[in-house]
Write a protein that binds this ligand. Structure first.
Ligand code: PLP
Length: 455
C-alpha cells in the first residue's frame, strides 16, 4: 500500500457529541468567583451575558453533550477536516518521525473558531438573542462569529484590537462581508474604551480591553448577549470535534496512537480540542502520548504567569477566574500571532497544567516563522502565525528523531491558514521581524495589580 497523504472522513462521521473532559479529571477545578462577594458565581450572574444552554454546558458534569442536528448541518460545510501525514516535511527534515497535522484552515473563516462560533450563535438564536457582541484580536474569532451569526440571522458587533484593525484591513472586510459591524478598540462607543483613550489617546489596544468593551456593550439591552471565542469550558468542549475526528483518522491511517501531541495556546481552545479526546484514552490507560502546549515568549502565561484569581478583561467586568495569568492589564509586545496575545489562559487548562496532565514551553516568533517557511515549502499550506509555535516544536522534535533514529509519531493542530498574514511573512522574509525579550520586572509589575479575593 502506498502510504496515504491525507485521511478524509465521510460527512456521516462528523461527531454526534462533544466530549466534556471535566468528569474525567482527578480533581475538580476551582470555580469562577464573584469579584464583590468572593463567592462562586451562579447561573443568574452569567444570564445577562450568555444563553442558558451555554451556562449549563459551562458547568456540565456529563461526559458528552449531543451536538444539535442544525449545528452539525452547518459543520457539514467544512467538517470533517482532513488529517494530513506530512510526508514532504518528514523528507525535508530527513527524519524517521511520522508527523500528522489536523488542518482546520478549511473552514469558511480559515481557522478552528467556527467549531464553537456556530453552536454559540445557534443557542443564542434559539433563546431569542437578536445581537451578539464580541472582541477579536487578529480577526479570526470575529470572522468566525460573523459567519455563524449570518447562518442564524442575528446581528454581530465586534471590537477589534486597534493594532490588528490597522494592520489587517481585509479581516475587517471579511467580517463586514458576513454582515458584522466592526469597531477599532479602544473605541469611544463604550465607557471602558473611552477611559483608556482618555489616558492614552494612541493606545493600540489589547484583547483584554476589547473584551471589556464587548461585555459592556452586551450589558445594555435584554436581546443582546456576548460571545467568547476561547478560554471558557464550553468553548473548549465544542472544539473536541477536532480530536474526536483525529482519533478516527488515526485508526484509518493504521497508527495506534501518537507519541507526542503539540498545540499552540492563546486561550487554549484549539489545543484542548485536539488533545482532550486523546487524554480520555490516556486516562483510561489505552494510550500514553506526551502532550505539549506552546505559547509565545512575549505572552508566556503557562511558563511565566502566576496561577491565581484574575479578571478575564482589563476593566474588571468579568468574574474572577483562577488561571495562569500575566495580570489583567498586561499588554504583550506586538508579536504577529495576535491570537496568542491574551494575558490569561483557560481556567480548565490551567487546572489541568497544575495537575501535571501536560507540559508547556514558550518560543520566540522568528524561530516560529522559520519553522513556518520550512513547513510551507514542504507541505504547501501557509500556516497562520499562531500554529507556527506548535510547528517549531514539532520540527525540533523531528530533528531530534533524525539524530536518535526514533520513529516518533507526532500529531499537531494546524489550526488556521495564514492568508491574511502576508504582512507578517513579508517582515520575516525581509529580515525585519524582531523578537521581544520580556523582562521579569514587567511581569512582576502587572502581577502587583492582581485583584484581592474577597471573603
Ligand atoms: C484564535 C486562534 C488561536 C488562539 O486561540 P486558542 O483558543 O488558544 O486556540 C490560535 N490559532 C488560530 C488560528 C486562532 O484563530
Amino acid at each position: 500500500m502506498t502510504e496515504r497523504t491525507k485521511v478524509i472522513l465521510d460527512e456521516s462521521e462528523i461527531p454526534a457529541r462533544w466530549y466534556n473532559v471535566m468528569p474525567d479529571l482527578p480533581a475538580p477545578m476551582p470555580p469562577p468567583l464573584h469579584p464583590g462577594t468572593g463567592q462562586p458565581v451562579g447561573p443568574e450572574d452569567l444570564a445577562p451575558l450568555f444563553p442558558m444552554e451555554l451556562i449549563r454546558q459551562e458547568v456540565s458534569a456529563d461526559s458528552y453533550v449531543d451536538i444539535p442536528d442544525v449545528v452539525r448541518d452547518v459543520y457539514r460545510l467544512w467538517r470533517p477536516t482532513p488529517l494530513y501525514r506530512a510526508h514532504r516535511l518528514e523528507k525535508a527534515l530527513n527524519t524517521p518521525a511520522r508527523i500528522y497535522y489536523k488542518y482546520e484552515g478549511v473552514s469558511p473563516a480559515g481557522s478552528h473558531k467556527p467549531n464553537t462560533a456556530v453552536p454559540q450563535a445557534y443557542y443564542n438564536a434559539a433563546e431569542g438573542t437578536k445581537r451578539l457582541t464580541t472582541e477579536t484580536g487578529a480577526g479570526q474569532w470575529g470572522s468566525a462569529l460573523s459567519f455563524a451569526c449570518a447562518q442564524y440571522g442575528i446581528d454581530c458587533e465586534i471590537w477589534m484590537v486597534r493594532a490588528s484593525y490597522d494592520q489587517k484591513p481585509y479581516r475587517r472586510t471579511m467580517m463586514e462581508t458576513w454582515g458584522a459591524t466592526v469597531h477599532a478598540s479602544p473605541s469611544r462607543t463604550t465607557k471602558a474604551g473611552a477611559d483608556i483613550l482618555a489616558a492614552d489617546p494612541d493606545s493600540t489596544g489589547s484583547l483584554g480591553i476589547a473584551i471589556s468593551e464587548a461585555v459592556e456593550a452586551a450589558g445594555g439591552s435584554a436581546d443582546t448577549r456576548y460571545a467568547l471565542g476561547s478560554v471558557l469550558n464550553h468553548v473548549l468542549m465544542h472544539q473536541t470535534v477536532i480530536g474526536e475526528e483525529a482519533l478516527k483518522q488515526f485508526a484509518v491511517a493504521g497508527e495506534s496512537a501518537p507519541d507526542l501531541i503539540v498545540g499552540c495556546t492563546g486561550g487554549g481552545s484549539n489545543f484542548a480540542g485536539l488533545f482532550f479526546p486523546f487524554l480520555r484514552e490516556k486516562l483510561a490507560g489505552r494510550i500514553n502520548p506526551v502532550i505539549r502546549a506552546v505559547e509565545p515568549a512575549a505572552c508566556p502565561s503557562f511558563t511565566r504567569g502566576r496561577y491565581a484569581y484574575d479578571f478575564g478583561d482589563t476593566a474588571g467586568f468579568t468574574p474572577l477566574l483562577k488561571m495562569h495569568t500575566l495580570g489583567h492589564d498586561f499588554i504583550p509586545d506586538p508579536v504577529h500571532a495576535g491570537g496568542l496575545r491574551y494575558h490569561g489562559m483557560s481556567p480548565l487548562l490551567s487546572h489541568m497544567y497544575e495537575l501535571g496532565l501536560f507540559e508547556a514551553e514558550a518560543r520566540q516568533q522568528r524561530e516560529c516563522f522559520a519553522a513556518a517557511i520550512t513547513f510551507a515549502r514542504a507541505e504547501g499550506i501557509i500556516p497562520a502565525p499562531e500554529p507556527t509555535h506548535a510547528l517549531a516544536s514539532v520540527i525540533e522534535e523531528a530533528k531530534r528523531c533524525a539524530e536518535s533514529g526514533e520513529p516518533k509519531v507526532i500529531l499537531t493542530a494546524l489550526c488556521g491558514h495564514g492568508h491574511f498574514d502576508m504582512a507578517a511573512y513579508q517582515r520575516y522574509l525581509s529580515g525585519e521581524m524582531e523578537d521581544f525579550e520580556l523582562s521579569q520586572e514587567r511581569i512582576d509589575d502587572a502581577l502587583t495589580r492582581l485583584p484581592t479575593v474577597a471573603g
